[in-house]
Design a binder for this molecule. Structure first.
Ligand code: BJW
Ligand code: ZN
Length: 235
């Protein structure tokens, strides 16, 4: 199924892999909008906006603490590992919307976290940031400045980290191949990355068991899961 790529492989120097929640589904981490997706039972507007956080920081923190426990117990699956192995053949940049750190655990060396990381927290007011090393004795945790600390993730209505986003756009513009795995491509601005790549005439491959908003724009669509299909790319 990847013959189109294998034929061109000698010309492929830079690969960008854009990932979403679906790549980690086979590691036991639920997606947002899939059939067992988090947004099926949870209201995104009560959990993933700054207003929701200020309204009920205990609820938001409890939700992130539960997710962090699940993520810490999770292991990279064959899909994450195959993406890491692709580095044997080309320069690979992973642009992920996930906050779970599983690409890094699988061995990918260049991972840009577009929506932040579940192991990081930051102050809701000052510039303080830290990595979580142990559970909090109180929820919400409080910054030295007296204001509440929040997960260092990107909620609806918030900007992506500007340095990360600028770099992601450049990489998307300059790659020879973009592989898009496990994302519904409904959330902006991450869903514009394939558009940048297409404008530069990059080959686009989508790996997703379901149709997405941009399936018709792809050069190749693989209707399978990441863990089933990605290992074939490096075999
Ligand atoms: C498999 C598989 C397997 C399953 N193998 N595949 C109106 C009001 C306010 C804002 C907006 C608005 N209209 C538009 C906006 C902008 C908004 C947006 O796009 N909203 C849309 C929902 C309409 N975007 C933003 O607000 C962003 N910021 C921004 O635009 O700033 C400028 C701005 C400022 C002010 C106002 C407006 C604009 C920020 C977006 C932040 C998203 N945050 C979240 C949560 C935080 C992190 C966390 O807690 O985890 O990020 S939401 C959630 O969606 C999460 C994800 O990263 C993101 C994308 O989801 P993803 O990864 O695509 O997952 P799913 O579940 O959607 O899809 C999974 C896919 O996998 C499916 O296709 C399955 O088929 C597939 N799959 N198993 C392969 N085994
Ligand atoms: Zn502070």
């Amino acid at each position: 199924m990847f013959e189109i790529i294998k034929d061109q492989v000698q010309n492929i120097k830079k690969i960008v892999v854009v990932t979403g929640a679906g790549i980690s589904q086979e590691s036991g981490i639920p997606t947002f909008r899939g059939k067992d997706g988090l947004w099926r039972n949870h209201d995104a507007m009560k959990l993933a906006t700054i207003d929701a956080f200020y309204d009920n920081p205990e609820l938001v923190w409890t939700w992130y603490n539960e997710r962090r426990a699940n993520i810490f117990a999770a292991k990279p699956n064959p899909g994450h590992k195959a993406i890491a192995e692709l580095e044997k053949y080309a320069q690979v940049s992973v642009l992920t919307q996930n906050i779970d750190g599983l690409h890094q655990k699988a061995g990918s060396t260049e991972v840009l976290e577009l929506h932040g990381s579940i192991i990081k927290i930051k102050c809701s007011v000052c510039d303080y940031k830290e990595e979580i090393t142990s559970e909090f004795s109180e929820i919400p945790p409080i910054c030295k400045c007296g204001n509440i600390l929040r997960p260092d993730v990107v909620w609806f209505g918030e900007s992506l980290p500007q340095d990360v986003w600028q770099k992601a756009m450049i990489l998307a513009n300059q790659c020879d191949l973009m592989i898009i795995v496990g994302t519904s491509l409904v959330v902006s601005p991450a869903n514009t990355l394939p558009i940048y790549a297409k404008q530069s005439h990059t080959t686009l491959i989508e790996i997703n068991p379901e149709i997405t908003e941009m399936s018709s724009e792809m050069d190749l669509v693989v209707r399978d899961t990441g863990a089933n299909s990605l290992p074939e790319l490096v075999s």
